[in-house]
Design a protein around this ligand. Structure first.
Ligand code: IMP
Ligand code: MG
Length: 352
């Protein structure tokens, strides 16, 4: 069994949906599994030229691949059925493809009601936090306790460790991101689940199965929630506009800031990232500003070439391949840093 994982390394909305979609086209997978979160997520995917947004259902359905909502997730059944309908209406076949681990927990009305008035964290108000709280308090309801879900239930052990299950290749689709992780994010401005590589394992897998870890970032940071994140500079409003930084789940404006490499370094090292993807380089190009937080201060890299070379050199130091993307639809899988190597010497000179 082999698992490739797609993880957000910042604060969510890095474009994990797009990268999953591209990996599903590129590689042969037998399953896609969502391992954390619930309908608080919003994955924007362009499929055959059409823009679609999913919240809960893994992206395997776009390619006719078994799509499993894992035991680390929480499921709002009302939204689950609505999303199945939405996909079918948009020509995506879901029948016989979508499964929910029988030990996943259910988001109940009391959870969404409670979350609906939150202002202190700035949650997505989808009942996520209260549901996980009740799970850990051993007061929760599991998917297997709800009759209407019967046709979708799956037993992770039987599915992945049964005697006739050979050549399983899983894409583990993350939601939220490492700096929203309940333990590693900026508590309490976090989500209530685990968003790193450990979370994949908690869904019934082991470390020997992990093959590739794709870490996703944008060329700048965004965050949605109550704390102040965006500095009072006009350039960030331009980035917000050009990047169309609005939440896919709530429609809220995302606050913008320069990419924080100190955070990304931590995410790469703690999650064993070996492929780093930088989305939305085209947006920084539009505002023509190439800055990064590095060791606590702002580093002005002045132009796109230096910006990319800098990330290449830092990524290479951390043993990860580096890929840049310039549009919302797809990505070229050529390791840019191989060709950039020659420029790195010049970069050293530039940075003194
Ligand atoms: P919750 O996950 O709805 O409890 O929200 C907790 C925090 O995580 C809030 O700041 C949300 O805006 C943020 N959050 C949750 N899910 C996502 C996501 O998919 N993208 C970006 N931020 C998210
Ligand atoms: Mg999102």
């Amino acid at each position: 069994m082999k698992i490739d994982a797609v993880l957000g390394l910042s604060y969510g909305d890095e474009g994990k949906g797009k990268i999953c979609h591209s990996l599903l086209e590129k590689n042969k997978y037998t399953h896609v599994i969502r391992f954390n979160g619930g309908s608080n997520a919003g994955h924007t995917i362009y499929h055959n030229g059409k823009k679609l947004i999913t919240h809960l259902i893994p992206s395997g359905v776009f390619y006719g691949i078994k799509s499993v909502i894992g035991p680390g997730c929480v499921v709002d059944t009302h939204k689950f059925f609505k999303e199945l309908e939405y996909l079918e209406e948009n020509g995506i076949k879901t029948e016989g493809l979508v499964f929910i681990a029988k030990n996943a927990h259910l988001v109940q009305e009391i959870h969404t009601d409670e979350d609906s008035t939150d202002i202190s964290i700035g949650t997505t108000r989808t009942g996520n936090g209260p549901c996980y709280r009740d799970k850990y308090a051993r007061n929760g309801l599991r998917a297997e306790q709800y009759d209407k879900l019967e046709p979708y239930l799956i037993d992770i052990y039987k599915e992945f460790y049964g005697s006739n299950n050979k050549n399983i290749r899983i894409l583990a689709e993350g939601a939220q991101a490492f700096h929203l992780d309940i333990d590693w994010g900026d508590y309490p401005y976090v989500t209530s689940s685990h968003c790193g590589i450990g979370s994949v394992l908690l869904n019934g897998f082991n470390h020997k199965q992990i093959k590739n870890v794709y870490g996703i970032i944008k060329a700048y940071d965004t965050y949605v929630g109550s704390k102040k994140f965006q500095p009072d500079e006009e350039v960030f409003e331009r980035i917000q506009q050009e990047g169309q930084e609005f939440g896919a789940t709530t429609g809220r404006k995302r606050q913008c800031n320069w990419l924080n490499w100190d955070n990304i370094r931590k995410s790469i090292l703690m999650n064993g990232v070996n492929h780093l993807i930088i989305n939305k380089v085209d947006i920084l190009d539009k505002v023509n500003a190439w800055k990064i937080y590095y060791e606590g201060s702002v580093l002005d890299l002045q132009n796109q070439e230096t910006f990319e070379n800098w990330i290449c050199s830092k990524g290479t130091e951390l043993n990860t391949k580096v890929y840049f993307s310039y549009n919302p639809y797809d990505i070229k899988w050529d390791d840019k840093c191989k060709t950039a190597k020659n420029d790195l010497k010049n970069l050293d000179r530039f940075l003194g």
